[in-house]
Every structure is written in structure tokens, then in C-alpha cells.
Design a protein around this ligand. Structure first.
Ligand code: HEM
Length: 278
């Protein structure tokens, strides 16, 4: 390219940069709002289904969320299950509030306490989850349990790193690790909406056996539930750091596509999994 043509292209891209940057921000906000709505529908289901049936003493209904639920005689397992659900409600309700800049700047004390609750809740919830999956088992094959267990370990590792950067007042790195933690904590939710989006987009269960809940797609999903969102987050952070106008537009388009797929999954999980149990 001749020197003046190159210069022209550069100044065109520099001129488009503010628009591209705004588009990327708008796409990220749209993704976030869709995720919050979807997570809070899940929270609402947990409160109504688990809370409602517990108040009525209908513990048998708890096994609808997984094969185990409340097992007579297994006190430690039952306490783990109840704590796991309670912490899931707290963490999935409060987590998104941590990511809203206005709340962070206007209510720093709330951010600090909600952050502590989120981190402790996520770590304790993972410990209870790990205990349940390896003592009581769950649906699917051992490799799927290993996938979910790795999420529990990542949650603990990310939590420690996010806290260390917060204590060191390294806010840039704290934000990044807190975002990674948010993705890892959201993995169980991504699993459910990912599964429902896959079933809807394929017009039925493809790549797994719905009876045994095993198969290649579910093996992929048990790792992909956190690896895919973490990879998309990494791409987003790198784009934010160093991409020009074209890179920002591309990432915005990609985020929009991811949001649409997420929307299909949220719709599917709400109609197919959560509403029928409420
Ligand atoms: C902090 C992130 C986590 C959250 C928010 C969470 C949330 C939940 C929720 C809401 C349920 C009820 C299922 C439903 O009604 O759809 C559940 C069940 C369960 N979770 Fe978690 N979970 C998390 C991490 C984990 C981890 C790391 C493990 C294991 C390694 C795990 C193992 C289980 C097991 C065994 C069940 C019982 C249901 C079944 O048998 O499949 N969870 N979890």
C-alpha cells in the first residue's frame, strides 16, 4: 500500500475508534444485562422450588434438581445440599451487583461486604458441591464429574487471587480476576442454558443420551461450562486492551452473537427446566 493510502486507512480507523469502542461497551452491557436477567430467573426458581417445598416439608421434591436431593440418614450430605442451594441463591443474586460500576463507586462499603459474602459463599458452595459429587454421585459419567470438580477448584484459586489483588489495592488485576471468578461461579448456570440452547438449536438431544445423561456433548459441556465463557472473557479483555476499531467491532459482533445464543438458552431453561418445577 502506498504511503498516503496507508495514512488514509490509519486515520479512517482512528476516526472510527470512538464509535467502535462505544459499540463494544454497548455489546458488553447487553451481554451482562441478559446474563443478570437469566441468573435471577434461576435464583427465583431456586427460592420458589427449594424454599417453597422446604417450608411445606416436601423434601422429596428436592430430588427433581438432581438424582439425590434429601436422603434419609445422610445428615452431612443433606446439610451440604441445603447449604449448597442457600449459598447458590446468595452468590447468584449478589454476584452481578459486584460488576456494576455505579454501585462500586457510590456504595464502596456494600461492594466490600457483598464481595466478601460472594467469595466466601462461592468457596464454601464449591466445597459442599465437591463433597456431594464424590460421596453421593450425580447424573452422568465420572469424566463429567471431573469437569464440574475442576470448576470447584478454579473457583477457589480465582477467589484467592482476586482477594489478594484487592488487598494489595491493585484494582486493575483485581477486576480481571473477579471477572474470571464470576464466570467460574456462573458455570453451573452456563451448563443449564448451554444444554437447552444446544437442544433447541438442534431440534432435539444430539450428541448425548438423555436417559443416561452421558455422551460426547455432555463431556464437552462439563468442561466447556467454564472454559468457553473464560475464553470469551479473555478475548474481550485483550480486545479492550489493545485492539483497534476493526477488532472492537468484531468483538462486539461476537458478543452479540453469544448473547443471542445465551438468550435462546435462558428461554429454553426457563420454559423447560425451571417453570415446570415452580
Ligand atoms: C459456586 C458455584 C455453584 C453454584 C452456584 C451451584 C449451584 C447449584 C444449584 C442451584 C443446584 C441445584 C440444581 C437445580 O435445581 O438445578 C446444584 C446442585 C448440585 N451441585 Fe452445584 N453449584 C456450584 C458448584 C458446584 C460444584 C463445584 C460442584 C461439584 C464439584 C457441584 C455439585 C453439585 C451437585 C452434586 C448437585 C446436586 C444435584 C445433582 O445431583 O446433580 N456444584 N448446584
Amino acid at each position: 500500500m502506498a504511503y498516503h493510502q496507508k495514512n488514509q486507512a490509519n486515520s479512517l480507523s482512528a476516526g472510527l475508534y470512538p464509535v467502535a469502542d462505544k459499540t463494544l461497551r454497548a455489546a458488553a452491557v447487553f451481554w451482562f444485562l441478559t446474563a443478570v436477567i437469566g441468573q435471577w430467573i434461576f435464583v427465583y426458581y431456586l427460592v420458589v422450588h427449594y424454599g417453597g417445598t422446604a417450608v411445606q416439608g416436601d423434601w422429596a421434591a428436592w430430588s427433581q434438581g438432581g438424582p439425590q436431593g434429601m436422603i434419609p440418614g445422610d445428615t452431612l450430605g443433606n446439610v451440604s445440599m441445603a447449604m449448597h442451594i442457600l449459598l447458590a441463591i446468595i452468590v447468584m443474586f449478589g454476584g452481578p451487583l459486584q460488576l456494576i460500576p455505579k454501585i462500586r463507586s457510590r456504595f464502596p462499603t456494600f461492594h466490600r461486604w457483598n464481595g466478601r459474602t460472594f467469595i466466601l459463599g462461592a468457596v464454601a458452595g464449591s466445597v459442599f458441591g465437591l463433597y456431594m459429587i464424590w460421596t453421593r454421585g450425580s447424573v452422568g459419567a465420572p469424566i463429567q464429574h471431573i469437569g464440574t470438580s475442576l470448576d470447584g477448584i478454579l473457583i477457589m484459586v480465582f477467589a484467592v487471587i482476586a482477594v489478594r489483588f484487592a488487598v494489595a489495592r491493585n484494582i486493575v488485576r483485581h477486576r480481571r480476576w473477579a471477572l474470571r471468578l464470576f464466570m467460574a461461579v456462573s458455570a453451573v448456570w452456563f451448563f443449564r442454558i448451554g444444554l437447552m440452547a444446544w437442544i433447541i438449536l438442534n431440534g432435539g438431544p444430539v450428541g448425548f443420551d438423555p436417559e443416561t445423561f452421558t455422551g460426547p456433548f455432555l463431556i464437552f459441556l462439563s468442561f466447556g461450562q467454564y472454559l468457553v465463557p473464560l475464553a470469551i472473557l479473555e478475548l474481550y479483555l485483550r480486545t479492550q486492551d489493545s485492539a483497534g476499531a476493526a477488532g472492537r467491532f468484531t468483538m462486539a459482533g461476537f458478543l452479540l452473537l453469544a448473547t443471542l445464543v445465551m438468550g435462546v438458552g435462558i428461554f429454553g431453561a426457563t420454559m423447560g427446566m425451571w417453570l415446570p418445577r415452580m
